[in-house]
Design a protein. Structure first.
Ligand code: GTP
Ligand code: MG
Length: 223
């Protein structure tokens, strides 16, 4: 197995993140590479869901994963076990990634040779919602143990995303999670959102999610 690459990415020196995000988007379109921004609270199951997703998609398309954390390389080491290209980035302790950090990461991982890149953002439901990275798809995870009331408390994130994965669905009975209440709260904020309940542990819901994702990637950056 190749040695794991860890890079320190720097905050943009420019004030205009949106401009740099658009540059990322233009570059990815030219490269025909589809990028997903994955956001959630710490521990909601991002890395576990990614491993399960990669097992289903890695033989079909070229994939690269950018793992962002304040410190450590444990997530990137976990992704590396799938054989998919991965880099670990550290962003100097900030609570989100910006477009310039992602640009450095895309160059490092070699996005031009990939069909699909996932950025696992820093874990929290607040800051990442405010920064465009140039992604084609915004995806968030809410795990069942976090509770069905989170859209009421973090509306900006739920408004921004295209897709909501409700993870750890195997634990629903333990946490008295009301899926219908969640859906109602989410749709009030974001009527067109796609919602996939799933469990990376049991595999429930993974087929529907990965089929949807593969279609989005195959339709490319033009939809
Ligand atoms: N029961 C159950 N546990 C899960 C599931 N997915 C993840 N977990 C567990 O939840 C914990 C956190 O999972 P991670 O995948 O590390 O979560 P993460 O969002 O990547 O965490 P950070 O990167 O630290 O924010 C681990 O103990 C996983 O085994 C699931 O579908 N069901
Ligand atoms: Mg993780």
């Amino acid at each position: 197995m190749d040695a794991l690459r860890v890079i320190e990415v720097k905050k943009s020196v420019y004030a205009n993140n949106d401009l740099e995000a658009q540059e990322n988007r233009d570059m990815l379109k030219e490269q025909d590479t589809y990028m997903m921004n994955l956001m959630s609270s710490p521990g909601s199951g991002k890395t576990t869901m990614l491993v399960s997703t990669l097992e289903r998609l890695k033989e079909k398309i070229g994939i690269g994963i950018i793992e962002a954390d304040i410190d450590s390389d444990v997530d990137a080491l976990t992704i590396q076990t799938t054989g998919v290209d991965v880099i670990q980035i550290h962003n100097g302790g900030m609570c989100h990634l910006d477009a310039a950090m992602v640009r450095q990461s895309l160059d490092d991982i070699g996005s031009s040779k990939l069909d699909f890149v996932v950025v696992e953002n820093i874990g929290n439901l607040i800051c990442p919602a405010s920064y465009d990275l140039g992604q084609n798809l915004n995806c968030m995870i809410l795990s069942v143990p976090e509770g069905d009331d989170k859209p009421l408390k973090y509306p900006k994130m739920f408004k921004k995303v295209d897709v909501l994965l409700v993870s750890k669905i195997d634990t629903t009975s333990v946490f008295d999670f009301d899926f219908n209440a969640l859906e109602k709260n989410v749709r009030k904020l974001n009527p067109d959102i796609k919602i996939f309940p799933l469990s990376a542990k049991t595999g429930e819901g993974m087929e529907a999610w990965t089929e949807y994702l593969l279609k989005k990637i195959e339709n490319g950056v033009h939809t």
